[in-house]
Write a protein that binds this ligand. Structure first.
Ligand code: SAH
Length: 241
């Protein structure tokens, strides 16, 4: 499955993800089309391969099909909201932070236009990427700027924070969607707390054997968990000394 989506260009990668039904919505296709994976990998020759790749510091940029999957799962919680908020824990290369930004910006613009607003750039959407290795926070920022989103960083529509992602980032919460890009031993309670009502978190959980979990908070604040499938992610850990 994974290798069948590999393309020679970003556009071909996305069209292969669509053909194999790893992307099922126009919104996710447009967001992933807007983010050129070549700006987020170390070795550009492998930019459009559907595989995880090293970004240094024992971290990897996840495979495009995993990012597509996570974006599709979070999408229902980002639509029809005037100013959605997203938290991307373990931002690494910054790739998924950028995908989330394109997703929330376009859905917020549509929403505001429907309500008679301008739907301009100042939609009030915020995407926070948290990374605990300072060099990777810097790399994420550099990549996101190279990918054409400098103004989003300058206006703090995209925020990159160096901190322990297991604690979340209360300053900008609650979040409509939380993506965790590294495997937690157990689901961090602070992240569940910082989910909006309604809100959804996608998080790999486990050590030797990991499962991708979906944690939903409904409008009344009731939490439900769903075990989606087995995955392999780098661990969500304490910062190396
Ligand atoms: N979505 C990213 C995934 C990077 S790999 C991408 O595709 O580029 C997972 C990342 O989680 C690594 O960069 C690692 O440094 C980070 N990480 C691990 N434990 C963390 C923690 N406790 N807090 C914040 N980031 C963490």
């Amino acid at each position: 499955m994974a290798w069948s989506c590999t393309g020679t260009t970003n556009a071909e990668l996305i069209s292969n993800l669509l053909r194999n039904r790893l992307i099922n919505s126009d919104s996710v296709a447009a967001a992933m089309q807007a983010v050129d994976r070549a700006n987020y990998v170390l070795d550009k020759r492998h930019a459009y391969e559907d595989s995880p790749q090293s970004i240094g510091h024992d971290a990897t940029i996840s495979a495009p099909h995993m990012h597509a999957h996570a974006a599709e799962l979070l999408l229902p919680y980002l639509l029809d909201r005037p100013a959605p908020r997203v938290l991307d824990v373990g931002a690494g290369s910054g790739y998924f932070t950028s995908v989330c930004y394109h997703l929330v910006r376009s859905s917020a613009q549509q929403q505001q236009q429907q309500q008679g607003g301008s739907g301009g750039d100042s939609t009030g959407t915020v995407v926070v990427g948290i990374e605990h290795i300072p060099a990777l926070t810097a790399l994420a920022e550099q990549n996101i700027r190279a990918d054409g989103l400098s103004s989003a960083i300058d206006s703090q529509a995209i925020m990159l924070i160096t901190s322990d992602g297991r604690l979340g980032y209360t300053q900008k919460g609650p979040y409509d969607a939380i993506h965790v890009g590294a495997a937690a031993r157990t689901i961090p309670p602070a992240l569940v707390e910082q989910l909006a009502s309604p809100g959804r978190m996608i998080i790999p959980v486990g050590t030797y054997s990991q499962r991708l979990m979906q944690v939903d908070k409904d409008a009344q604040g009731t939490i439900t968990q769903r075990d989606l499938f087995g995955v392999v992610y780098v661990p969500l850990t304490d910062r190396p000394a």
